[in-house]
Design a protein around this ligand. Structure first.
Ligand code: HEM
Length: 394
């Protein structure tokens, strides 16, 4: 039985996840009260099953949690058809490949500015933090620019998101719960006020588009609008920061892969991004609830029962990947499930891939002798896996 709180597991969950794949079928986990689908085939089947839905069930139904609850219940991620189809079609237009390509010059400029800042810190202090100085500000600034979130308040986004996502971990503490409740309240109020402004003073941004949008004669209601914006603002950076950090650290810890990044950063950037997400996934566990009896890998999931897809585990499945436990930045094809599968497949995948594949070579070209200055510091969490600080030097 996995101990999700054990320090050794949180440091390196992959040996325990490999054991979970051995039975080759979903395994019941008493602590989480759900089946865990750990193989690539089972995780994929969970994500694609029409009778396994993302159904938000409030852990705290009390009044003071109402904002946290509807921020989830009314978002795309926690809706199922037909509501999901309606919300997703409204948002997906903003994230199609053409729109994302038009953002490339902005991403290039931001990545260069941030890399300048890193080089300057290196000169002055002898080190910089890959997370705080590079990986984090880039996607935060890009998603804020897309939605039209005021630049002067961008610094609020990561702390709000960080507080909210602690609720997705196994047994959050009292302190975490209070912080999540407060962050949901502040975030919802802020976005609500911003939408009111855009209604009266429309600008050229996604919040204005959403406020104005009318599809099939049906406007999004206020809660759906706020929940959608909050989801985009959170999803728009959280996994990208961690995916970039996890991948760069793993590559720097392996001489051959570090050399590839130092010597051919542009040549490997595209495949490196997918290998980053496969090798040390930033998102590990996504739950579903059965709306009807469903069979996954020979196991029957009764209506009302829960099952989770373990993405990071699926991505290490030797049945699908050669040398699954080795990082190979040139791996191609790379059918990882880091962006999910099925109807909830990540809307932001083209954006995340573009941001990471543009910024990775920029960083390594600016600081070609990049090495880790000290042991990177991991956050002690499983569902969202990432580093708190990664000091680098030359
Ligand atoms: C490396 C970065 C990213 C990773 C690994 C990632 C991963 C995922 C995964 C696994 C899902 C599916 C969850 C499920 O099936 O339950 C998802 C959904 C989603 N992601 Fe991402 N994501 C990333 C970046 C982004 C970005 C940049 C955005 C931009 C706004 C974004 C927006 C969304 C949205 C809106 C959904 C919900 C889609 C739906 O329910 O139909 N993500 N993401």
């Amino acid at each position: 039985m996995i101990d999700f709180k054990e320090a050794a597991f949180l440091e390196n969950p992959y040996p325990a996840l490999a054991e979970l794949r051995v039975p080759n079928r979903p395994v019941w986990n008493e602590e989480l009260g759900m089946f865990l689908a750990a193989t690539h085939a089972d995780a994929n089947a969970v994500l694609r099953a029409k009778t396994l839905g993302r159904i938000f069930q409030p852990k705290h139904p009390e009044n003071e949690w109402q904002e946290f609850n509807w921020l989830h219940a009314d978002s795309i991620l926690d809706s199922e058809p037909p509501k999901h189809t309606r919300l997703r079609s409204l948002v997906s237009k903003a994230f199609n490949r053409g729109k994302i390509e038009s953002l490339r010059p902005l991403v290039e400029r931001l990545a260069n500015e941030l890399a300048d800042g890193c080089a300057e810190k290196l000169n002055n202090d002898g080190r910089f933090d890959i997370i705080a100085d590079f990986a984090e500000p880039l996607p935060v600034k890009v998603i804020a620019a897309m939605l039209g979130f005021p630049t002067e308040d961008e610094h609020l986004l990561r702390p709000w998101s960080q507080s909210i996502v602690k609720m997705y971990e196994v047994s959050p503490s009292e302190q975490d719960r209070n912080a999540a409740k407060l962050a949901a309240h502040e975030f919802a109020e802020y976005v609500h006020a911003l939408m009111q402004q855009r209604k009266t003073n429309p600008t050229d941004d996604l919040i204005t588009d959403l406020v104005q949008v009318e599809e099939a004669g049906e406007r999004l209601n206020a809660q759906e609008l706020i929940a959608t914006c909050v989801l985009l603002l959170n999803a728009g950076h959280e996994a990208s920061v961690n995916g970039f950090g996890n991948g760069v650290v793993a590559a720097l810890e392996r001489d051959d892969q570090a050399r590839l990044l130092r010597e051919h950063p542009r040549g490997v950037a595209e495949t490196a991004v997918d290998e980053f997400l496969r090798f040390d996934a930033p998102l590990h566990l996504f739950e579903r609830t059965a709306t009807a009896e469903t069979e996954i890998g020979g196991v029957v999931i009764a209506a009302g029962q829960k099952i989770a897809a373990l993405l990071g585990s699926a991505n290490r499945d030797a049945a699908v990947f050669d040398r699954a436990d080795e990082m190979d930045l040139t791996r191609d094809p790379n059918p990882h499930v880091g962006f999910g599968a099925g109807i909830h497949f990540c809307i932001g995948a083209p954006l995340a891939r573009m941001e990471m594949s543009v910024s990775l070579p920029v960083l390594f070209e600016r600081v070609p002798k990049l090495i880790l200055e000290s042991d990177p510091i991991r956050r002690p969490t499983f569902v969202l896996r990432g580093y708190e600080r990664v000091y680098a030097c030359e």
